[in-house]
Design a protein around this ligand. Structure first.
Ligand SMILES: Cc1cc2nc3c(=O)[nH]c(=O)nc-3n(C[C@H](O)[C@H](O)[C@H](O)COP(=O)(O)OP(=O)(O)OC[C@H]3O[C@@H](n4cnc5c(N)ncnc54)[C@H](O)[C@@H]3O)c2cc1C
Length: 424
């Protein structure tokens, strides 16, 4: 009898999970595991918690949702905390594990853990959680177009998007199932979380599906997405699916096929197309990260020109805490800190202000986002920050936002600023 491990990472779902389907196919018994890594509990090099409270809450809820789904399939989820290598080694010895299965990740920290695990037993890595599969792209990753538009034109009419994987109907696991780590409180403690009134996201694949139903079919907000997506106030100006995508509670492919279903049942228009277009941006930043590797974290990114960024902490703190001379920047920053979310427009405006006006090292801003965003995704975050800072893939490197115009256009009645300015 073959017992293998399935290691859940940023793919916290049983639906459309090719790596999980693979694991089940090649095993008699599977031990599904999620590991809270020691480093998840530490601070980054700028002194910010690597995973702030908002994201911890979301991850906690997502792994409980996943555990319940696995229990319903006859399996369970082993939740562990510590060094992945030691944890996996001990399970491998106890259960004579032959192979580990997982979804691929892209950036250096994740790859170094993969190397550690591969030294224990065979690690099978499958897929990248993208809409399009890397090995089907009509170019080598080294030849990824420099600009998004060229990338889009090369793939959108020439490549098909795969169907979703079938959802497993049952998963056999060893009995008794190994016991999970009991002190989950050190990662997330409900009683210490004080942002409930601001953060409306609940983690898990069931809330992800609920959000699809609400945004697509109940409110039909999808039909107006192209017009509303740059707004900054309200529930439905954009899909708010990013936290679910980032933790893999739903896949980009699932969303794509829901768009197609909506187009058949309700209507197909520029807005329904535009959501696919935005999902392409997500893929693009993953492919950029694959191509640029550690340059994604270099001060100068992959720009040939040396840009002058400072690390002045006082100036940075004014931005971080929402105490600049610009009310719109301050409101966005408070929104991020208190709610764990910021609109795309807000992210563009505050990142441009930090890097182009205050001329601060963009990686400090990216680190602050990483700590606070519920939807933090390493490729989207660092790729977008590099883009805004003018050291990434932006064809308009000198672009910066005029804050007076932004206020007139997106907060004409001062509602957004007034709402956040009163909050501590
Ligand atoms: C400085 C900066 C940092 C960012 N950091 C992150 C991050 O850590 N995680 C993250 O998911 N997004 C990030 N984004 C992209 C974008 O702001 C968010 O994806 C979006 O605001 C999430 O809200 P939504 O799901 O309602 O988006 P929608 O407008 O509904 O878009 C649907 C989906 O398309 C994808 N998408 C849309 N725009 C982008 C984009 N510019 N880049 C990549 N994917 C995109 C996302 O997966 C999003 O959920 C960042 C953007 C900027 C400018």
């Amino acid at each position: 009898m073959i017992t293998n491990i399935f290691w859940f990472r940023n793919d916290l779902r049983i639906e459309d999970n090719p790596a999980l389907v693979h694991a089940i196919k090649h095993s008699d018994f599977v031990i599904p595991i999620y590991i809270i890594q020691k480093s998840d509990l530490e601070n980054d090099k700028w002194g910010f918690p690597k995973i702030g409270l908002h994201r911890r809450k979301f991850i906690y809820e997502s792994i409980l949702d996943l555990k319940n789904k696995l229990l319903a399939l006859g399996s369970d989820l082993l939740i562990e905390c510590g060094d992945p290598k030691k944890i996996i080694q001990s399970i491998c010895e106890k259960y004579s594990i032959q192979e580990i299965f997982a979804t691929r990740e892209i950036t250096s920290e994740e790859l170094s853990i993969e190397e550690d695990l591969n030294s224990i037993t065979k690690l099978n890595l499958i897929g990248y959680n993208t809409l399009y599969q890397v090995d089907k792209l009509p170019f080598k990753i080294q030849d990824l177009p420099k600009h998004f538009t060229d990338f889009r034109k090369k793939i959108e009419f020439s490549l098909e998007i795969d169907d979703c994987e079938k959802t497993p109907l049952s998963i056999k696991s060893p009995s008794p199932f190994p016991k999970s780590f009991e002190n989950i409180d050190i990662f997330y403690n409900k009683n210490l979380y004080q942002f409930e009134g601001f953060n409306h996201f609940v983690g898990g694949s069931i809330p992800a599906l609920k959000r699809i139903l609400e945004y697509f079919w109940e409110t039909k907000s999808l039909s107006n997405y192209k017009v509303t997506r740059n707004e900054i106030i309200g529930e439905n100006f954009s899909t708010k699916l990013s936290p679910y995508l980032a933790r893999g509670c739903i896949s980009a492919k699932q969303i794509y096929w829901y768009i197609k279903k909506y187009e058949l049942e309700i209507e197909a228009n520029e807005s329904t197309y535009w959501l696919y277009f935005e999902l392409l941006w997500r893929d693009y930043f993953k492919f950029v990260a694959l191509q640029k590797r550690n340059k994604l974290f270099f001060k100068n990114g992959w720009s040939p020109i040396e840009l002058d960024f400072s690390e002045d902490k006082d100036t940075f703190d004014l931005w971080k805490e929402g105490n600049t001379k610009e009310p719109l920047i301050n409101a966005f920053q408070k929104e991020l800190y208190l709610s764990g979310f910021m609109s795309n427009r807000g992210r563009q405006v505050v990142s441009s202000y930090l890097t182009k006006e205050l001329k601060i090292d963009w990686r400090m801003g990216a680190g602050w986002f990483e700590s606070n965003l519920i939807d933090y995704d390493v490729c989207s975050n660092y790729g977008n920050w590099a883009y805004q800072a003018g050291v990434g893939n932006d064809p308009r490197k000198d672009r910066s936002f005029n804050l007076t115009i932004q206020r007139e256009k997106y907060d004409p009645d001062n509602k957004f600023i007034e709402f956040w300015e009163k909050k501590k």
